[in-house]
Design a protein around this ligand. Structure first.
Ligand SMILES: NC(=O)C1=CN([C@@H]2O[C@H](COP(=O)(O)OP(=O)(O)OC[C@H]3O[C@@H](n4cnc5c(N)ncnc54)[C@H](OP(=O)(O)O)[C@@H]3O)[C@@H](O)[C@H]2O)C=CC1
Ligand SMILES: CC(=O)N[C@@H](CCC(=O)OP(=O)(O)O)C(=O)O
Length: 325
C-alpha cells in the first residue's frame, strides 16, 4: 500500500479526498494534518463516524515527508511553504494555485513566490491535456475549479476561434471553502444570484496562461452547495461542427461526456465527470460545461493525478454516480 498523508484534511476538499481514498485499492490514508491539530476528523464531520475515524496532527514537515504521497488541500502560500521543504522527498499533489502559473503571472495575481525554483518542476494536473507530463512528475499543481471547467470546454476549439472569449461561470458556495465570509453567508446567498470579482478574478490568468487566449471571465455565485456551470461565448474563424470537434478530441476520454443538449450540474455533482455541450449560430460559438467543483475541480482530479504519478489506471476509485436523481 502507498502510505498517504492529507494536509488540510478538515477542509471541504479534504473531506471529499478522504471519501475517495477510502475506496482506493492502493492509497492508504495514513495520516491527517491541519494547522493546529488535536481534533478528530469524525468530530468535525460526524458523517464519518463508524466509517473512518482518525486524529488530525499539527502540520510538521518532518512528519509529512515520511509518507509516499502527500495531498496538500491547503490555501495558497501555505502550500508553497511546505513544498519548498518537501520537494524530492515524496510525491506531492498541491490543490492550491502555488505551482499552477509562471512566476510573473503568479506574482501579478497572488503574492511574491517563495519557491520559484520548483515552478519548473511542477506539472499542471489536467490529465486530458497534460497526462504525459503528470505521469513523470513528483509535483502536480491541481488546476482551479473554474479553470478546469473552462479549459476542458475551450481546448478542442483553440485553433478554430478568434482570440478573445467570454467566460460566464457559476459556482456553488463550497467553492469558497469552509471559512465563513460576508459573501458566503446563508442569508446573502440563499434565493440570491450575483457576479463577484468580474474581469479581475485570479482564475482569468490561469485560463489565459493555459489556453493562450484572452478571456473576459465573470464568476457568479449560485445558491447551491456544490457544482459549477460554465458558458463560453466565442467567435469561430473556421466553419466547424461543434459537437464533431468535441468528439474528435475527447473520443477516448472516459470522464468527458459529450452532450447533444445543454448540460446540467446535477448530472455531475458527486462525480469526476465533465459534461460538455457546444452549438453555433453562424460564426458565434457557445460552449457549455459542468463539473463538481469539489471533485473534478479539486479532490477527484487530485486522485486522478496521483494515480498517473504512481503508474496506476487514471480512473481508479474516481466517483461516477451522481447523488441526486
Ligand atoms: N473548494 C473548492 O471547490 C476548491 C478548492 N481548491 C483549493 O483547495 C485548497 C483547499 O480548499 P478548501 O478545502 O475549499 O478549503 P477549506 O477552507 O475548506 O480548508 C482549508 C484547510 O486548510 C487547512 N490549513 C490552513 N492552514 C493550514 C496550515 N498552515 N497547515 C495545515 N493545514 C492548514 C485548514 O485546516 P485547519 O482547520 O486545521 O486550520 C483547512 O482544513 C485551497 O488551496 C483551494 O484554493 C481548488 C479547487 C476547488
Ligand atoms: C465560489 C468561490 O468563491 N470560488 C473560489 C474559487 C475556487 C478555488 O478554490 O479556486 P483556487 O484553488 O484557485 O483558489 C473563488 O472564486 O475564489
Amino acid at each position: 500500500m502507498i502510505k498517504t498523508a492529507i494536509v488540510g484534511a478538515s477542509g471541504y476538499t479534504g473531506l471529499e479526498l478522504i471519501k475517495i481514498l477510502l475506496n482506493h485499492p492502493h492509497f492508504e490514508i495514513s495520516a491527517l494534518f491541519g494547522s493546529e491539530g488535536g481534533e478528530r476528523i469524525e468530530d468535525i464531520y460526524p458523517s464519518l463516524k463508524g466509517v473512518f475515524e482518525a486524529e488530525i496532527q499539527k502540520s510538521d514537515v518532518e512528519k509529512i515527508a515520511k509518507y509516499d504521497l502527500v495531498f496538500l488541500a491547503v490555501p495558497h502560500k501555505t502550500a508553497m511553504a511546505l513544498v519548498k521543504e518537501l520537494y524530492g522527498k515524496t510525491k506531492i499533489v498541491d490543490f492550491s494555485a502555488d505551482y499552477r502559473l509562471n512566476q510573473k503571472n503568479y506574482e501579478d495575481f497572488y503574492c511574491p513566490h517563495i519557491d520559484p525554483a520548483n515552478l519548473e518542476n511542477s506539472s499542471y494536473g489536467l490529465p486530458e491535456i497534460f497526462r504525459e507530463y503528470v505521469k513523470k512528475s513528483n509535483l502536480v499543481a491541481n488546476p482551479g475549479c473554474y479553470p478546469t471547467a473552462t479549459i476542458l470546454g475551450l481546448y478542442p476549439f483553440i485553433d478554430y476561434i478568434e482570440n478573445g472569449v467570454f467566460v460566464d461561470a457559476k459556482s456553488g458556495v463550497s467553492g469558497a471553502g469552509k471559512k465563513l465570509s460576508a459573501t458566503t453567508h446563508f442569508v446573502k446567498d440563499n434565493e440570491n444570484f450575483f457576479a463577484y470579482n468580474p474581469i479581475k478574478h485570479r482564475h482569468s490568468v490561469e485560463i489565459k496562461e493555459k489556453t493562450g487566449l484572452d478571456v473576459t471571465f465573470v464568476p457568479q455565485l449560485l445558491p447551491i452547495t456544490r457544482g459549477m456551470q460554465v458558458s463560453i461565448y466565442a467567435k469561430l474563424k473556421k466553419d466547424i461542427e461543434p459537437l464533431e470537434a468535441l468528439k474528435n478530441i475527447y473520443a477516448n476520454e472516459e470522464f468527458i461526456r459529450i452532450a447533444d443538449k445543454p448540460v446540467e450540474i446535477k448530472n455531475v455533482a458527486g462525480t469526476h465527470y465533465c459534461d460538455i455541450f457546444a452549438a453555433k449560430n453562424g460564426n458565434m460559438l457557445f460552449i457549455n460545461t459542468v463539473i463538481d467543483n469539489l471533485l473534478r475541480g479539486a479532490s477527484s482530479q487530485a486522485v486522478a493525478n496521483a494515480n498517473l504519478m504512481f503508474g496506476y489506471d487514471e480512473g481508479l476509485a474516481l466517483p461516477k454516480i451522481a447523488y441526486v436523481p
